[in-house]
Design a protein around this ligand. Structure first.
Ligand SMILES: NC(=O)c1ccc[n+]([C@@H]2O[C@H](COP(=O)([O-])OP(=O)(O)OC[C@H]3O[C@@H](n4cnc5c(N)ncnc54)[C@H](OP(=O)(O)O)[C@@H]3O)[C@@H](O)[C@H]2O)c1
Length: 277
């Protein structure tokens, strides 16, 4: 038996301390997988580890700030130290910010690129070659219906999810023939802390859209991935949004989203400063 045969395959969930990532970890654990939980919050990771164990899996936790340049190298070193390989990677860490792009703090907006784009691409590109060599496994990337259109007043968030969609689709095409799947999950609003933290829950758009449970999204994501699907759009409302986004021209969608994300009882900085009409 070679060294490589002794390594165990694991499901690595990045952004596992709460929300959709934590729910996917639990679903994966039901199949008695080894689940590696990655995030910054030690309390959240400990709670997610209990979930995983109760669901029948084996849990490892790693406190890691994905913004750090060596994050994927540190994760790989952690796996190697525990005789694990990344069989399935779930990229669920991400954040958004609502407000006029010209008024939101620039560094906070650039952080969206660092986390939603750079860290996701770094993790994917680090672990995908191993999956290809083994001829199995794959990546679940959390995109969003926001990735289908430009999003005034959440400009960088929508753009980051456009990247996730494009990158994931392209990689899927490159690797599916070799037994490896790259799935982009594109839900509408999901009831997690994300909505409050990003401010998205204070927009008219998110108020008119139904909100899904993280558990439902996790079930759809996992079963879609296991079926080899390139794209998973959980729920009827997200499917409808996807259809509308495909049918309507950008010139129609842009002012519509702009209006729905700007109007709110809790104004954007631009509203507060009287800059917007
Ligand atoms: N909720 C929605 O309405 C919705 C809809 C569509 C798509 N999505 C996407 O789905 C994904 C998951 O969202 P969610 O709703 O589950 O969000 P959430 O509840 O806010 O969870 C985000 C996760 O990312 C981790 N994270 C954030 N910054 C990190 C960093 N610098 N380093 C390491 N981990 C970090 C958080 O853990 P720590 O804070 O402990 O580090 C947490 O585990 C995101 O990509 C989001 O854009 C969400």
């Amino acid at each position: 038996m070679t060294m490589k045969d002794e390594l165990r395959s694991s499901v690595v969930v990045v952004g596992a301390s709460r929300g959709i990532g934590r729910a996917i970890a639990k679903v994966a654990a039901r199949e008695h997988n080894v689940v590696v939980l990655v995030a910054r919050s030690p309390e959240g990771l400990a709670a997610a580890a209990v979930d995983v164990q109760q669901a029948g899996g084996e849990a490892f936790t790693l406190e890691l700030d994905l913004i750090s340049a060596d994050a994927s190298a540190r994760l790989e070193a952690f796996l190697t130290a525990n005789d694990l390989v990344c069989g399935v990677l779930v990229n669920s860490a991400g954040y958004g910010l609502r407000g006029a792009a010209t008024l939101l703090p620039v560094n906070d907006q650039l952080g969206i690129i660092d986390l939603n784009i750079r860290a996701l691409a770094d993790m994917t590109l680090r672990f995908l070659p191993g999956m290809l060599a083994r001829g199995r496994g794959g990546v679940i990337n959390l995109g969003s219906v926001a990735g289908l259109v430009p999003g005034p007043y959440m400009a960088l968030y929508y753009a980051s999810k456009g990247f996730v969609r494009s990158f994931s689709d392209a990689l899927h095409q490159e690797v599916y023939r070799f037994g490896v799947t790259v799935t982009c999950v594109a839900p509408g609003p999901v009831s997690t802390e994300f909505l409050e933290r990003s401010g998205a829950n204070r927009t008219a758009l998110f108020k008119i859209l139904p909100t899904l449970d993280a558990e439902y999204v996790a079930e759809r994501a996992w079963s879609g991935f296991k079926s080899g699907h390139r794209r998973v759009v959980p729920g009827i409302s997200a499917k409808l949004i996807t259809l509308v986004a495909a049918l309507l021209p950008t010139a129609t969608i842009l002012p519509l989203i702009g209006r729905l994300q700007r109007r709110s009882k809790d104004p954007c900085p631009a509203d507060a400063q009287g800059i917007l009409p």
